[in-house]
Design a protein. Structure first.
Length: 454
């Protein structure tokens, strides 16, 4: 780190940041009441609101969004005539999956091997702490030079669109000159990166019914249509033999012309087992940033333990389709729905339910805000220049904000570099990345304010 006063201040604040992240990670804030009590999300929202009030934010509010969750809003006025910057993070998290596979408890921040482990440590509770660190450092070094709005979403991981619909109904609330989305990450630890594109997504649940009830597999197997076997065959139709996504009518040959992702690095980051091949064709960057990708994320079926020799009368699966920039998520939803109905075998009855949807996003990397961020990142990461990359994940709110505020510049940064293992077991955050990106954000706000004055 440099000897810049901002850097020194943030370094001194890191023990406090660790304590606060410990408190925030402890909330089991999965925005699905079928998995965790809604009270956990409400408690996390209240914690975020209290943190904003402690930093002298005005108009702090818990916004009841249409999907039944709460987003937290606050406003910190800056000098007269200063631009307004919206800082975004989300406090909801992915479920911990198999808790027995975690080395330490998922909702207990634990330091190990130079990283802090816990669900949401990087995605995206750490992003909220990053915003706090940047603002505190500015307040300790002459003041915050811009007006700041903070919005902390409560259901980003569920894709249920509560904040998007709330923003559309209250367009004045989040209006800003520049928006910093703190929910992506560096290409790798120590390489400062802004994310230029996000894939959109659609989420569908498909149900197949073939029988009035389960049957004995010995008495009826071989002639009676088994719904689980039908589902397996249907899901297999979504991929070619090499693993390429094959949804009827969906284009799958786009190419990525920016920063490349070496296959050896990807295999290491993804922890692909020795001898197991990657799927798809083209470069890794093509496959994860420029092309659609289908994933079966859940199947309702009998567990192995306690299974009976039965043919299944009904089967259900949840399917996620990532949609790259240049493709419309609504059209992809129609294509995927039509594919599922067309490829169900044996005349199985098909019903499809849409669970979530969000459009892809492409940022304007030529904007003045990117220049200010590049300068800030180069100062926070001495010897490194800012890189731009894609991200295979989705943040549907970006498109909503871009549509509501077409003149606003949108930047995407964050703590979810590959080692963070977000959405997987043993998620973690690098405290060094948290420190450096907080420095970068603080310096960006200074640079941006100065650029608007000149």
């Amino acid at each position: 780190m440099t000897a810049h006063p901002i850097s020194e201040t943030i370094a001194s604040l890191m023990p406090r940041a660790k304590g606060e992240l410990t408190e925030l990670v402890a909330f089991q804030s999965v925005a699905d009441p079928a998995q965790f009590p809604k009270s956990e999300c409400e408690a996390a929202a209240a914690w975020v609101a209290d943190a904003l009030r402690a930093e002298d934010f005005q108009d702090v509010a818990l916004l009841d969004t249409p999907d039944g969750t709460q987003s937290v809003y606050g406003f910190l006025p800056g000098p007269a005539g200063a631009p307004t910057v919206l800082l975004y993070a989300h406090y909801d998290v992915q479920p911990p999956l198999d808790e027995s596979a975690w080395i330490s408890p998922p909702f207990e921040l634990t330091e190990r091997e130079g990283r802090w482990f816990g669900r949401g440590a990087a995605d995206c509770k750490g992003g909220f702490i990053m915003h706090l660190l940047a603002l505190r450092a500015l307040k300790a070094n002459g003041g915050v030079p811009v007006s700041v709005k903070v919005i902390a979403e409560g259901s980003e991981e569920q894709g249920t669109g509560g904040l998007e619909r709330y923003a559309e109904a209250h367009p004045e609330l989040l209006a800003a000159d520049t928006i910093v989305i703190g929910d992506t990450g560096n290409f790798r630890v120590g390489l400062p990166t802004v994310t230029a594109t996000l894939r959109g997504m659609t989420m569908l649940r498909v149900t197949l019914d073939t029988l009035e009830g389960n049957l004995h597999s010995g008495q009826f197997g071989g002639a009676a249509p088994d719904a689980l076997a039908a589902m397996i065959q249907l899901l297999a139709s979504l991929r070619a033999e090499d693993g390429t996504t094959t949804v009827d009518g969906l284009t799958t040959d786009a190419e990525w012309d920016g920063l490349q992702y070496p296959e050896s690095d990807f295999r290491k980051d993804a922890k692909v087992l020795d001898g197991v091949e990657l799927i798809g064709t083209g470069t890794v960057a093509d496959r994860i940033w420029a092309r659609p990708a289908v994933t079966v994320i859940g199947i309702d079926c009998p567990p192995v333990v306690g299974a009976t020799p039965s043919l299944q009368a009904s089967a259900r699966a949840q399917i996620s389709l990532r949609v790259p920039p240049g493709q419309d998520a609504a059209e992809a939803t129609k294509l995927l729905t039509a594919h599922l109905k067309a490829h169900a075998p044996w005349g199985a009855r098909v019903s499809v339910e849409q669970v979530g949807q969000g459009q892809a996003f492409r940022a304007d990397t030529s904007s003045p805000a990117y220049t200010s961020m590049a300068q800030a990142m180069e100062a926070a990461y001495p010897g490194e220049k800012m890189q731009t990359s894609g991200m295979g994940g989705s943040i549907p709110l970006c498109n909503t904000l871009a549509a509501l505020y077409p003149e606003a510049e949108i930047l995407l940064i964050g703590l979810s570099e590959p080692e963070a293992q977000i959405h997987a077991v043993n998620e973690s955050v690098s405290p060094e990345e948290l420190e450096r990106l907080s420095v970068a954000e603080a310096l960006f706000l200074q640079n941006y304010a100065e650029s608007k004055r000149s």
